[in-house]
Ligand binder design. Structure first.
Ligand SMILES: CN1CCN(c2ccc(C(=O)Nc3n[nH]c4c3C=[N+](C(=O)[C@H](O)c3ccccc3)C4)cc2)CC1
Length: 315
């Protein structure tokens, strides 16, 4: 391992927990990850164990370069740092041979954005999801983000697409599950990887895309956009605008509108996350308290979720 594998916080990828290849069984593909496939698998913790634990296995294609191999390992090293119920748990890595594996906890509900889109109340299926469900999802991501805030870790890509659900049913838990952007910054890669085109501009505050200034308040702005995604049931922010148009609009005071049917108090919290002055934005601890209070307010939790008629362009 070259020196570049040591993250500033002194993570040494050699400290990563190892998983033996023979204790793993890949069952089926779950989706196309940024690197290779993500599989559902079974992991036998100790060879004598009869019980096998369902896991997710991220694979790195054999034909990958040393660079992407380092990236892959780096993301695992970042996840290994964290221990929180709202951050995906790293079980271990399998780097003895190709294909390389990263073994993670299985989150069987899929990602938050698709969950929201597929849970939209329809005329025939009204009680799909409630305002309280949306608040609980938001609180889960907020708790994960608050933990990162305490760890003084900037995520840089908080968005519904990067969050996963333990299940789709009631009692679901949402977890932050992708650290690819933070990893790229460690390797100062994202500029090489296609520059601004690769940046999640619609989730970024002006000081980030204008001056390249990132802080925990960057993640607060992104969390505000995630709240907008949640309460718009998975719409793409700034529908129809290009990244360039979003940058021009937002840096001159333009903001997302209140999602149809979203309680005003929740929209006002989003707007506080979008304060042009980073230091004026609330902390995740403060956002947590606000969301908790909303959860206790029947006027908010009882608000009906609008049945989105076939709004043109809402798809
Ligand atoms: C109706 N059905 C419901 C079930 N559904 C799925 C779709 C995808 C998944 C899935 O990828 N689950 C994962 N569990 N753990 C990890 C996963 C991905 N990980 C990763 O690290 C992935 O890179 C990642 C990370 C963040 C977001 C997406 C993918 C770690 C599970 C169910 C399909 C539609």
């Amino acid at each position: 391992y070259g020196s570049e594998n040591f993250l500033p916080q002194g993570i040494d990828v050699r400290d990563l927990p190892k998983v033996s290849r023979e204790s793993l069984k890949l069952v089926k593909a779950l989706g196309q990850g940024a690197f290779g496939e993500v599989y559902q698998g079974l992991y036998r913790h100790r060879s004598g164990d009869s019980v096998e634990m369902p896991v997710a296995v991220k694979t790195l294609p054999e034909l990958s370069t040393g660079q992407s191999e380092n990236d892959f390992l780096m993301e695992a090293a970042i996840m290994a740092k964290f221990n929180h119920p709202n951050i995906v748990h790293l079980i271990g890595v399998c780097f003895d041979m190709h294909p390389r594996f990263i073994v993670l906890e299985l989150l069987a509900g899929g990602d938050l954005k698709n969950f929201l889109r597929e849970s939209r109340p329809k005329a025939e299926r009204v009680s799909a999801i409630t305002m309280k469900d949306l608040l609980l999802c938001s609180l889960d991501v907020c708790k994960g983000s608050r933990y990162l805030e305490v760890q003084r870790f900037i995520h840089r890509d908080i968005a519904a697409r990067n969050c996963l659900l333990t299940s789709r049913g009631p009692g679901r838990v949402v977890k932050i599950a992708d650290f690819g952007m933070a990893r790229d910054v460690y390797r100062a890669e994202y500029y090489k990887k296609g520059g601004k085109a690769m940046l999640p501009i619609k989730w970024m505050p002006p000081e980030a895309y204008i001056d390249g200034v990132f802080s925990i308040k960057t993640d607060v702005w992104s969390f505000g956009v995630l709240l907008w995604e949640v309460f718009s049931l998975g719409l793409m922010p700034y529908t129809g605008l290009s990244n360039r148009e979003v940058m021009e609009s937002v840096s001159t005071g333009g903001r997302l509108d209140k999602p149809y049917g979203c309680p005003l108090e929740i929209y006002l919290l989003m707007c506080e996350c979008w304060n042009p002055t980073p230091s004026e934005r609330p902390s995740f601890a403060q956002i947590f308290d606000r969301l908790q209070r909303f959860l206790q307010d029947p006027a908010i939790t009882g608000a009906p979720l609008p049945v989105l008629r076939s709004l043109i362009g809402a798809v």
